[in-house]
Design a protein around this ligand. Structure first.
Ligand code: ASP
Length: 353
């Protein structure tokens, strides 16, 4: 997804449309094969399904799918063209999980490689480790034959320069006094929400005809982040989890919330207990909302003021995208049609810029 679209669709200040409980999404009856992704992944679900039909392994299929988005400079939330950290350097995070072998691989704060998902897959296949970070991840990628490139496109560089020019509260350094509710003015709140808004990622999960399952999550993470900041995407259990007996879940949105809840793991565990993908996702969003207590992360009604979505699929091929806030969509291929679906949401209101 274009980061500006994401920001427009999801940030700063709540346009109160209605109040009430969880919003039901379109019901999907399941069936295999099936592929689900974040909204920016319609080409990924299409590609993955095409490969599944040709007999490809589920992980090969989803990685090939997200590679399209990683290599696309116009998606500023992922791979090449992703928005950089606060020093103008693009640092990427990615993880993969392969259901049949319960294999996992990931990279964090990787610089100079367009397709971190491929590197994560090789960490899984070619090492005895799960997670490589920073310089070590880059050295590993180069050893695997990847080419180091400048990932900062002119458009992303211009956005970073603009951010630099307008620097001030728009960084990750928060004055401790701002965490106290009485000290947060409406203007400061808007500034915080602006900081919190610039997330973006692609997650893609597939189940094939035999019921084998894999997933991948890849991102440039939070824009203008503190160098070295790692989000949920490369953390197994947070930004991605796959259990071949149950299903898969991945996430986009505020990674810090997932990291503190092992959210994707929890969604899969709720599916194991018999909840549908939608019920499981909403249950976890509710838990995260309950666990969000820091005043600067809450709106005037005490609800999380950030965006967070899960993309869950079970072994039967039933899938759902669920979102904290309303008006969000996700991509899925149900074996017949590749299209966008409305996500279920915990709150009906739309986060609006
Ligand atoms: N979850 C990602 C992170 O926190 C960003 C995103 O999905 O928008 O790095």
């Amino acid at each position: 997804m274009n980061r500006r679209d994401f920001v427009k669709a999801s940030t700063a200040g709540l346009a109160a449309v209605s109040s009430g409980g969880a919003l039901q999404a379109e019901v999907h009856s399941g069936g295999r094969p099936a592929v689900i992704s974040s909204k920016n992944g319609l080409r990924a679900t299409g590609k993955a399904m095409e490969m599944l039909r040709q007999g490809a392994d589920t992980l090969e299929a989803v990685v090939a799918g997200v590679n399209i988005v990683e290599e696309d400079p116009s998606d500023q939330s992922v791979g090449y063209g992703g928005l950089p950290n606060d020093e103008g350097v693009v640092q990427l995070d990615a993880s993969v999980m392969h259901g049949p072998t319960h294999g996992a691989g990931s990279v964090a704060a990787l610089e100079g490689i367009k397709t971190p998902s491929k590197v994560a897959k090789l960490v899984m296949e070619r090492t005895d480790h799960v997670l490589l970070v920073g310089e070590g991840a880059l050295k590993f990628a180069l050893a695997m034959g990847f080419r180091e490139e400048n990932l900062l496109t002119d458009e992303s560089r211009e956005m970073w320069l603009k951010w630099k020019r307008e620097l001030s509260p728009e960084d990750d350094w928060i004055d401790p006094s701002d965490r106290l509710p009485r000290s947060v003015t409406a203007q400061e709140k808007r500034q915080f929400q602006k900081v919190l808004s610039t997330y973006g990622t692609i997650n893609c999960n597939a189940v094939d005809e035999n019921g084998d399952i894999s997933g991948v999550t890849t991102t440039s993470g939070l824009s203008y982040k503190i160098p070295g900041r790692v989000g949920d995407s490369p953390i197994i259990g947070a930004g991605l989890y796959v259990d071949n007996e149950v299903g898969a879940c991945g996430s986009t949105g505020r990674g810090e919330a997932n990291l503190k809840s092992c959210a994707s793991f929890m969604v899969v565990e709720f599916m194991r207990q018999g909840l549908s993908p939608e019920e499981a996702g909403l249950r976890v969003l509710k838990r995260i909302a309950e666990n969000t207590v820091e005043p600067y992360l809450l709106d005037e009604k005490g609800r999380p003021n950030f965006g967070l979505l899960f993309y869950a699929i079970n072994k039967k091929g039933e899938f759902a995208g669920v979102s904290l806030w309303g008006g969000r969509q996700y991509a899925a291929h149900d074996g017949k049609v590749n299209r966008l679906y409305d996500a279920a949401s915990l709150y009906n209101e739309v986060l609006d810029a």
